[in-house]
Design a protein around this ligand. Structure first.
Ligand code: FAD
Ligand code: DLZ
Length: 514
């Protein structure tokens, strides 16, 4: 019996696979049970990409097996073990009864949907339940709320500086290393010919992973993507190897080419670490400290190291803060009142637009696209084409292996669709074909002509961009960052404006037939 005399059922969810997860931090081998469950509800609340399912389920099984090998009592429910469609709360309830537990300990889940389910179940479950804050982040929701209080605008840059001070990362006393907080301007080089980054470290599936792959192919054949090959790491040890390989091979050029897009280079110099960070196999502060060390050792330049650390302690923490601060209704925001459905080609990649075809095709293959592909290609198109933000949110939540609502929703709804009217971003990330042409090699292979502004052969981004600007003038022209855009629009000849409207009407009518 434990020193407290209490027999606990300690629960770990599929994205809490760390010994630092609060519900298991003080696990007592003599009396406690670790409980984990694969449940149909979690596997199907969106049609998760097959690679995402394989990552989560295999990592869960490995985590449980490692604890068991270390002498813990583990109760693990596999998908298919339960005769009826199961949920986390129903499985936790049954497990507490099975083990004759006195109390249950949970860690806060990463989304409102599950939090609500827990909150509805807890008062009626017949057990004492402790729901602990998930402190595996640098900033807690309470701390973020205090930071946000009284501010007219919430801007990542100022929040990020606080996180730099708090963590001491890239600081010399009170001043930032390099006397500059942000090297964003040095993170935007277009792609050059002949870039040859190393591929992310891949791991051959072991027996556990092969079982999971078979299970997914059997139970979820209609989910997007495929498992051939499946190469993600599924243990902390493998995730640490992936971190080391990124630091040694790609970090030095991460900064320069962060925004570049190349058709046959799906990963460029990116880390491909969000898949591990978001399920707990890596710790964000430890990752940033490792990356900072690469700068201090002279292995990687400041623009790369600062750029990486900004994404993790800046953007990642900032979007999580917004998610919990803005509450459950945040997901319903639709500032532009966009109502078009998601075009079917988002599920196939079959479109003549080479940039969309490349990014969607890569997404379906890898369950991965980097930030600018998500923001400036698939996100930008959805916003310009007036797609319902909730529909595009569900797509992002399904197709990316790193997608959990706390991080995906603010990025999609706030950053990429401006559906929150400017809570997260100071202006819409809208761009014409010119930006895509500058930052990628897509346009050279496209049947549309990026230099052409009007007519059936023109790049659709060109006229959709101006049509979006014109359509939403009332909502956007008061934004100080949009002034130049509206001045340019106002200088355009009436004939040109009519062409924009006609081209957009024709394109949207074909894309969204009524
Ligand atoms: P790198 O480019 O190597 O960046 C390093 C790390 O910084 C990432 O691993 C990630 O943890 C963090 N990071 C970078 N940008 C962001 C950001 N904007 N928000 C939060 N963390 C960031 N990220 C997710 O983790 N899950 C999502 O579901 C997700 N959905 C997105 C949806 C849209 C529409 C957009 C525009 C962005 C989304 N992002 C999401 C942010 C970003 O695209 C991914 O974090 C990044 O592409 C992951 O790849 P990487 O690990 O190679 O990142
Ligand atoms: C994503 C996911 C999947 C696919 N399956 C499970 C599962 O079977 N059991 C589980 O505990 N967690 C799973 N997860 C992760 C949860 O969906 C995640 O904890 C919530 O979305 C909150 O972030």
């Amino acid at each position: 019996m434990s020193s407290s005399g209490v027999k606990y059922l300690r629960v770990v969810l599929g994205d809490q696979l760390s010994l630092a997860t609060p519900s298991i931090r003080s696990f007592e081998r003599s009396s406690d049970t670790l409980f984990m469950a694969e449940v149909l509800e979690e596997a199907t609340y969106v049609r998760h990409h097959k690679k995402k399912l394989a990552l989560v389920l295999s990592a869960m099984r490995h985590f449980a097996a490692d604890r068991e090998a270390d002498g813990w009592t583990v109760d693990y429910i596999r998908l298919g073990d339960s005769a009826t469609p199961n949920t986390l709360t129903s499985e936790i309830q049954r497990a507490a009864q099975r083990h004759g537990c006195d109390a249950i300990i949970l860690t806060m889940p990463g989304e409102w949907r599950l939090l609500q389910a827990f909150q509805a179940w807890i008062p009626n479950c017949g057990y004492r339940v402790e729901l602990l804050q998930d402190d595996r982040f640098i900033c807690s929701p309470d701390e973020f709320e205090r930071w946000a209080e009284g501010r007219k605008q919430l801007r990542m840059e100022f929040f990020y500086r606080e996180m730099r001070r708090k963590t001491g990362l890239l600081m010399q006393g009170d001043t930032p290393v390099g006397d500059q907080w942000n090297f964003d301007a040095a993170n935007r080089q277009p792609p050059k010919q002949g870039l040859s980054p190393s591929q992310p470290l891949s791991f051959a599936p072991d027996d556990i992973t092969r079982d999971v792959i078979d299970l997914i192919n059997r139970l979820f054949p209609d989910h997007p993507g495929h498992l051939d090959p499946f190469w993600f790491g599924v243990t902390r040890d493998q995730a640490m190897q992936a971190l080391e390989q990124f630091v040694s091979d790609r970090l030095p050029q991460f900064g320069d080419f962060q925004d570049a897009m190349v058709s046959d280079q799906h990963f460029l110099f990116h880390s491909i670490l969000s898949i591990y960070l978001n399920i707990g196999l890596l710790d964000p502060l430890q990752v940033c400290q490792r990356v900072e060390r690469a700068y201090r050792d002279g292995h990687a330049p400041l623009n790369a190291v600062e750029g990486f650390i900004r994404q993790v302690i800046g953007w990642r923490e900032f979007v999580r803060g917004i998610y919990w601060l803005k509450g459950q209704t945040y997901g319903n925001k639709n500032f532009f009142d966009h109502q078009n459905p998601l075009p079917h080609f988002y599920w196939t990649g079959e479109t003549d637009m080479a940039c969309l075809s490349a990014c969607i095709g890569q997404t379906l293959d890898e369950a991965y696209a980097h930030h600018i592909q998500r923001l400036m290609i698939t996100g930008n198109f959805a916003m310009l084409a007036g797609v319902d933000p909730f529909a595009i949110h569900e797509w992002y939540l399904a197709v990316y292996a790193d997608a959990y609502e706390w991080v995906e929703l603010p990025n999609t709804l706030g950053m990429s669709q401006f559906a929150d009217g400017g809570v997260l971003a100071s202006k819409p990330y809208a761009a014409s074909g010119n930006y895509i042409n500058r930052m990628s090699d897509y346009c050279g292979q496209c049947r549309f002509k990026v230099k052409q502004k009007a007519g059936p052969d023109a790049c659709p981004f060109n006229y959709l961009y101006w049509d979006f600007i014109s359509r939403h003038r009332e909502k956007l022209e008061g934004n100080p960052r949009m002034g130049t855009v509206y001045r340019t629009w106002d200088r355009m000849a009436a004939e040109r404006k009519a062409e924009v409207a006609a081209d957009a009407r024709r394109f949207l009518a074909t894309t969204f037939p009524r």
